[in-house]
Design a protein around this ligand. Structure first.
Ligand SMILES: [Fe+2]
Length: 711
């Protein structure tokens, strides 16, 4: 029930709640804790000096629940003790913002339910803490983490955090994964595999002949959140400290942008607003994020925060700021909701031109370049629009029609695409392949030969960027030629800055960094700013000849926005001073010295398959390509460090979490890492087994000297 009626009904309830709904808690015996009644336990979130958000979920329908907030663990010194109506249509989730609290103060909270036998049962008790007052000179200590895939994997990396005294836990995204059993990086079957109840509501996908599913319906996403939040160690962590969360892609869809998925690599339009709203509704029902997505209900310092569907995509403003005393201004960004599509279309035909000779002639001088300088990066092409090339056009059209049909395009789309591509310029190497395909089926007399390259114009085809197939993410989102992409990006930037942030978020971030008087500014980004360049000419890889070049590993990250990243560093991060970028999503750990004023820590995955593991796993078979891929995976740490001199530390085969401590001018960041195979065992009952496996990397720096010192 998403209409305004519900709110009117709710307010009616709030008023009604004033009347005693629940028998008063008997001071004598503490009510028994029932995880059955509260199967996802409790959590708190978004602490501010005077308030915090509290969350729980009821395992069974109930009209009301009692909230108690106390200054002590025995709930003797109660600050809040009141009944709250349980919103309908929220899958049993309840979020209440508790206000008028004292800054920098610890509180205990629990939810009580009528047990139907005249007694009460309690949720597990949670501990939370408000943020220090803005002028308080208190140390700040928090954990940061991302990417906690669930099926067949255990969150052992979180165990060490249970012994830490944390002001909050920063979650940088991939809190859930919308797919179950994606053979590219997920386990299929096995322990705690998730199988959607509402399979009809899910999206059926296939990879390498293996079927798997992605969430689409609201029930699908809710089931994922229920499952992931059922993890006892994750629950224990969220019972101990407030959560501060931003999303990345898998809360909705892999490598998404706005409400658009990328499973089909451009073969089909994957814009799906309803699906995006389903993902967001479940997210805001389950995550203690303090955003008003409908009129808040309730009064007297406790306000329920229902989720109003009409305020979801494209209206959500997830980016926000939290202040922790003099020490920290925490700036939480949203990299997905407003960003444009990836710079290289996944459905780009390798032979088509991103820029022809004329366009290059016009634009290169504006970059201070002349065509001769960039000639090595360009390729000759043939303009099939020229009537002289009618036979070649016919051959190209036939091959393109076949390619589109084979790829799964329906007949009209395949024909329209073949017509369009065969009526324009095609890079010579690709045209040669099309002609070969034609000649393979043509009678001797009808065979063709592509023109000689001499005298042909040169342009920048998608092939030059590493795009070797028409429908795919290789050469588009992943493994893109550095040299030609840098040229392509510079040419694109002449059309105006491309940013993942809309104007409002850009201005907010710039303003907060400019005006902040906090010693340290943490910019939380779900994806890494660190440029990941792989030099496949490195002898350790022994790559096939054509691959012996430098490649960007991942343009889904900030390598896809080079001009905007440069601008942010130069105009916002560096001038602010004391800027710490925290990021995730790449399932690897990096420490990066972007400049003397700005550092970055990219946290490994809590449990999702590691970057090295994903690359190694992609080498199915034993051909030279696969062998080179396995060598690449083995050399990855060194290659990433060599590919970018700003990278001070890189590891791609361990899971982990991060810890940050800010005290006065001094700062410290630590990675707590576990070998990737450890996540296969459940060590929850044997936490002592973790310590011998744990590896800690420590980086120290200060407000006056942001240069990273390891050790
Ligand atoms: Fe991830």
């Amino acid at each position: 029930m998403h209409s305004p009626d519900r709110r009117r009904f709710l307010q009616a309830l709030v008023v009604a709640a004033a009347a005693p709904l629940l028998p008063p808690a008997r001071a004598a015996a503490a009510p028994a804790v029932s995880r059955a009644h509260f199967p996802q336990s409790v959590a708190s979130g978004d602490p501010r000096p005077d308030r915090v958000l509290l969350w729980t979920r009821l395992g069974a329908p109930a009209r009301a629940v009692r909230l108690q907030v106390a200054e002590d663990a025995d709930f003797a010194r109660l600050r809040v003790d009141r009944a709250l109506p349980v919103p309908e249509g929220s899958d049993g989730c309840l979020k209440v913002r508790v206000e008028r609290l004292a800054p920098g103060t610890g509180y205990h909270y629990r939810f009580l339910l009528d047990d139907g036998r005249g007694g009460l049962v309690s949720s597990p008790a949670g501990r939370t803490r408000t943020a220090p007052a803005p002028d308080a000179d208190a140390p700040v200590r928090f954990a940061f983490m991302s990417c906690q895939d669930y099926g067949g994997r255990w969150y052992n990396t979180l165990l060490p955090l249970l012994d830490e005294d944390l002001d909050f836990v920063l979650h940088l995204g991939d809190f859930i994964y919308e797919t179950a059993g994606d053979p590219q990086f997920q386990d299929r079957g096995g322990e705690r595999a998730i199988v959607f109840d509402d399979l009809d509501g899910a999206i059926a996908l296939e990879r390498g002949g293996q079927r798997y599913y992605a969430a689409r319906s609201l029930d699908n996403y809710r089931q994922l959140h229920r499952g992931f939040r059922g993890d006892p160690v994750l629950q224990a962590l969220l019972e101990r400290a407030p959560l501060v969360a931003i999303w990345d892609d898998h809360e909705f869809s892999d490598d998404c942008w706005q409400d658009v998925a990328t499973y089909r690599d451009g073969l089909r339009d994957e814009r799906d607003r309803e699906r995006r709203r389903n993902a967001e509704q479940a997210y805001f029902e389950y995550l203690p994020v303090d955003l008003e997505l409908a009129e808040a209900a309730g009064a007297d310092g406790q306000r329920l925060l229902p989720v109003g569907r009409e305020r979801l995509f494209p209206h959500v403003q997830l980016w926000r700021g939290l202040r922790f005393g003099k020490a920290l201004d925490l700036l939480l960004t949203d990299y997905r909701s407003a960003r444009p599509d990836h710079p290289i279309p996944e459905d780009a035909f390798p032979g088509a031109l991103a820029y022809d000779a004329e366009a290059l002639q016009a634009r290169l001088p504006r970059l201070g370049l002349d065509p001769a300088q960039v000639r090595p990066a360009l390729l000759p092409y043939v303009d099939l629009a020229d009537p002289a090339h009618a036979p070649l056009r016919e051959a190209a059209r036939a091959a393109l029609l076949h390619e589109g049909t084979e790829a799964g395009l329906d007949a009209p789309h395949a024909a329209a695409r073949a017509d369009a591509l065969a009526a324009g310029p095609v890079a010579l190497p690709v045209l040669a392949q099309l002609v070969d395909a034609w000649n393979a089926a043509a009678p001797a007399g009808a065979r063709l030969a592509p023109p000689a390259p001499d005298g042909l114009p040169h342009g920048l085809p998608w092939l030059a960027l590493g795009k070797t197939r028409s429908f795919g993410d290789l050469g588009a989102r992943y493994i893109v030629v550095q040299e030609t992409f840098d040229l392509f990006a510079a040419l694109r930037a002449l059309d105006g800055p491309a940013s993942p942030y809309d104007a409002a978020q850009r201005d907010w971030l710039a303003g907060r960094l400019r005006d902040s008087d906090a010693r340290f500014k943490v910019v939380a980004s779900s994806v890494s700013f660190t440029s990941l360049v792989l030099d496949l000419a490195h002898p350790d890889v022994q790559a096939p000849e054509p691959m012996r070049r430098r490649f960007y590993l991942n343009l889904d990250h900030w390598d896809g926005f080079p001009a905007e990243r440069r601008r942010l560093l130069a105009e916002a991060f560096d001038p602010a001073g004391g800027t710490i970028l925290l990021s995730g999503d790449i399932h690897a750990g990096f420490a990066t010295q972007h400049s003397d004023a700005t550092v970055e820590f990219t946290v490994p995955a809590v449990s999702s398959q590691t970057l090295g593991g994903i690359i190694e796993h992609s080498a199915q078979g034993d051909g030279p390509q696969q062998q080179a891929t396995r060598r690449l995976a083995a050399a990855l740490d060194a290659l990433i460090a060599q590919g970018n001199p700003a990278v001070r530390y890189a590891q791609t085969r361990r899971h982990g979490v991060g810890l940050v401590r800010l005290e006065g001018d001094r700062a410290e960041a630590r990675f707590l890492e576990l070998p990737e195979e450890t996540c296969r065992q459940r060590l929850y009952e044997r936490p002592d087994a973790v310590a011998p496996l744990l590896r800690t990397r420590r980086f120290a720096f200060s407000r006056g000297d942001m240069r990273l010192r390891e050790g």
